[in-house]
Write a protein that binds this ligand. Structure first.
Ligand SMILES: Cc1cc2nc3c(=O)[nH]c(=O)nc-3n(C[C@H](O)[C@H](O)[C@H](O)COP(=O)(O)OP(=O)(O)OC[C@H]3O[C@@H](n4cnc5c(N)ncnc54)[C@H](O)[C@@H]3O)c2cc1C
Length: 298
């Protein structure tokens, strides 16, 4: 099975790096998604103290503040949100030690809004423009910041080799020839457009240096293929990530985004085993996995 597991990086956040390869002519490419969690919730339970102290002492609302079992940040935050719904912070609340049962109920009953409080941000690279075109179709609960092909130059141009090509020498060689040719054509197109701009072409004219550069890049990018790398930072809440994992980890999804879904699930599970504990992965004949849960779309 392809290795889809993430590990803790030196930054102490789950991630799975991806190697960069270079063709003989110097064109850079990657063969798998690189995924690095950049941010996750840090729950501050003491923040509840003043609020909980304002109720009848007999209710012992502050009992939850001395719960001896710590939970990961997102689980703790979502649990506090769920507890607030019923003001169950006293001795009869579900203790942290039983958080797994607590969230099994939340997830099975479809009380998914509780899961929207916890947001996780990932840097994702080594993915193609066709993958990110599918990724950004997910609207609810997500934020995206993607490399602008109008702003950046050929200096950061990289490509992504599809899994189907990697172990097939003719397909791999064709890929290498193709990306070397595209990198050269892109560079020539930038140069030609830059010359036209210098000679006063009105379509390419701009007031500032940035504007002039964008005029050139936005035209030159027209020849870039779907296999161009498109790095992106994605932030999403637990409910949104769960929906993404279910839709894109499905056996009907494209293999590239299915691999990404599996790595993201692995990272999220490492950070929050309880919130993502209901997923099952089944090995497929192509060496990848499909992801399923009985609790879709909470
Ligand atoms: C295997 C597969 C094949 C696909 N093929 C195609 C294709 O051929 N062509 C194509 O165009 N797309 C295709 N898609 C993309 C798909 O149609 C969705 O756009 C994408 O998966 C995002 O899903 P979503 O809208 O459920 O997610 P999100 O946008 O994240 O929304 C999450 C949920 O919020 C609710 N929601 C969000 N926005 C609204 C709204 N405006 N109104 C009401 N409810 C809302 C819905 O319940 C939705 O499921 C495909 C997706 C998959 C997984």
């Amino acid at each position: 099975m392809t290795t889809l597991r993430c590990s803790d990086s030196p930054m102490e956040a789950p991630g799975k790096p991806s190697a960069v390869y270079t063709t003989d002519l110097g064109t850079r490419y990657l063969r798998a998604p690189g995924v690095q969690m950049l941010a996750r919730p840090a729950f501050a339970p003491r923040g509840l103290e003043h609020f909980l102290s304002g109720f009848d002492a007999a209710a012992e609302m502050s009992a939850s503040l001395s719960d001896p079992d710590a939970l990961p940040g997102g689980t703790a935050l979502c649990k506090a949100a769920g507890q607030l719904c019923y003001m169950s912070f006293g001795p009869r609340r579900t203790p942290n030690a039983e958080a797994e049962r607590y969230f099994a109920n939340i997830i099975a009953s479809g009380h998914g809004s509780v899961l929207e409080h916890a947001v996780y941000s990932f840097l994702i690279y080594g993915v193609s423009r066709s993958l990110t075109h599918e990724l950004v179709r997910h609207r609810a609960g997500f934020a995206f910041s993607q490399v602008s092909q109008r702003y950046v130059s050929g200096a950061v141009l990289r490509f992504v080799e599809r899994p189907e090509f990697v172990d097939d020498p003719p397909l791999h060689e064709a890929f290498v020839r193709r990306i070397d040719a595209i990198a050269a054509q892109y560079s020539a197109m930038q140069r030609d457009l830059g010359e036209m701009q210098k000679h006063g072409d009105s379509v390419l004219a701009g007031q500032t240096g940035t504007e002039r550069r964008k005029r050139v890049q936005q035209a030159a990018r027209a020849l870039l293929p779907n296999e161009t790398e498109a790095p992106i930072i994605v932030s999403g809440n637990v409910r949104a990530w769960r929906h993404f994992i279910e839709a894109r980890g499905n056996s009907h999804a494209d293999i590239e985004i299915r691999v990404l879904a599996s790595i993201v699930l692995s990272c999220l599970r490492r950070a929050e085993p309880i919130l993502f504990g209901d997923y099952e992965e089944t090995e497929l004949s192509d060496g990848t996995v499909s992801i399923t849960t009985v609790h879709r779309k909470v």
